[in-house]
Design a protein around this ligand. Structure first.
Ligand code: ARG
Length: 396
């Protein structure tokens, strides 16, 4: 009996020719695995294409809910953004895909896992480390990394092997999409001085073409996770899809970033993440209202590290797991409503409320009803400033 390889399949040219290439170079039966994390396109048709290209089995893993509830939600409660900007859409999908590959490989007793990542990116690391968490000794084959093929070589190879190539001209960019956002790189975007052409964007309108009238929306949260839009309850995956649509119409969530890849390269990326942009802004504001000061500040100091772990493919790591426990615990009172105003590329929080609000009007007000005893401030500064004043006297 032949050995098997489970291939992370996207339906694109690279992973389609990989099927044939794996058969010829490794003499394996190929199982194509397409994971649905909310990317657009006809996935059923893509899966059928894998069979035509020679896969012995082709399956779609329906993972939108799993992705939203077990990957995106963890990232959102940590307000995770890489290098202050990127909400990590691609980075979040890779551990799920790597896990699905390893599980299928175990179940079908496959010797190999294969993926179409290049050797220059983060995705290879994320997929391989996630797979290793489930199957530490599984063998990896990465045809694209091994045999750098140009686009035209790949087309020639496909034609030679009778593999269907889509007639329409492929986008000049390398695109990755899922519920949490869209990533675009390559082509003219590689010049960090050049403004992204209109065609680099697909989910969002140019803010200057967005409606002249603003829109207010209300997001409801429970345990740090969004549960409703304008009091209308939605599952998290549907809520995200909904906000991507609304936010996209208002030109919200365009991110132009030069980032540090794990492999040591700086790269220029264009992201579109309307829902992520809206929800992270809303979540932060709700936390500001309900989290006790020390909790809030300490949590913020962890968020940067957590985003790095996600970016670097350390999703299934002991540190990430321990940090998750902290973040989940921190969210028990993150419940309430946040009101945002969407207008020409901006999602501005204009209101927040919660039954766990720590905002005490009596303490805060400068109007009537002040309960803050200002006389106590004098002694407070005296003690708080004691060590400082001692230092100041010496160092005058
Ligand atoms: N630079 C981003 C990341 O590392 C996006 C990668 C996008 N991948 C792609 N095939 N276009 O997460």
């Amino acid at each position: 009996m032949k050995d098997k390889a489970v291939l992370a399949y996207s339906g694109g040219l690279d992973t389609s020719i990989a099927i044939n290439w794996l058969q010829e170079n490794y003499n394996v039966d190929v199982i194509a695995l397409l994971v649905d994390v909310g990317q657009p396109g006809n996935l059923k048709k893509a899966a059928e294409k894998a069979l035509k290209a020679g896969a012995v089995e082709s399956l779609i893993v329906e993972a939108k809910k799993d992705f939203a509830e077990n990957y995106v939600a963890s990232s959102l409660i940590a307000n995770a953004v890489y290098e202050g900007k990127y909400p990590l859409a691609t980075a979040l999908s890779r551990p799920l895909i790597g896990k699905a590959l390893a599980e299928k490989a175990k179940q079908s007793k496959a010797k190999y896992i294969a993926h179409g990542c290049t050797g220059k990116g983060n995705d290879q690391v994320r997929i391989e480390l996630a797979a290793a968490a489930i199957a530490p000794d599984i063998k990896i084959i990465a045809p694209v990394r091994k045999h750098k093929m140009t686009r035209s070589q790949a087309i020639d190879y496909a034609k030679e092997k009778g593999i269907e190539v889509e007639a329409k001209k492929k986008s000049p960019y390398s695109i990755d999409e899922n519920l949490w956002g869209r990533s675009a790189e390559c082509g003219i975007l590689e010049d960090p001085w050049v403004e992204p052409p209109k065609a680099a964007y697909a989910w969002t309108v140019d803010p200057q073409d967005a409606p002249d009238k603003h829109l207010y929306i209300n997001i409801g949260f429970k345990s740090g996770v969004p549960i409703s839009i304008d009091e209308h309850k939605l599952s998290f995956d549907k809520l995200i899809a909904n906000l991507n649509e609304i936010g996209g119409r208002f030109g919200i969530g365009r991110i132009d970033q030069v980032e540090n890849r794990l492999v040591g390269i700086k790269s220029r990326e264009i992201y579109e993440a309307p829902a992520a942009t809206i929800l992270i802004a809303a979540h932060r504001e709700l936390e500001a209202l309900v989290l006790e000061r020390e909790m809030l500040h300490f949590k913020q100091s962890l968020e940067h590290k957590y985003a790095q772990l996600i970016y670097n493919g350390q999703w299934f790591s002991p540190l990430k797991e321990a940090m998750d426990a902290f973040f989940v615990q921190s969210q028990c009172n993150v419940e309430g409503e946040v009101r945002l105003k969407l207008y020409k590329g901006n999602a501005t929080v204009v209101g927040r409320s919660s039954k766990y609000s720590l905002y005490d009007l009596g303490l805060a007000t400068y109007e009537e009803g002040d309960t803050f005893d200002q006389a106590k401030a004098e002694g407070f500064i005296e003690l708080f400033g004691m060590s400082f004043k001692t230092w100041a006297r010496k160092n005058k």
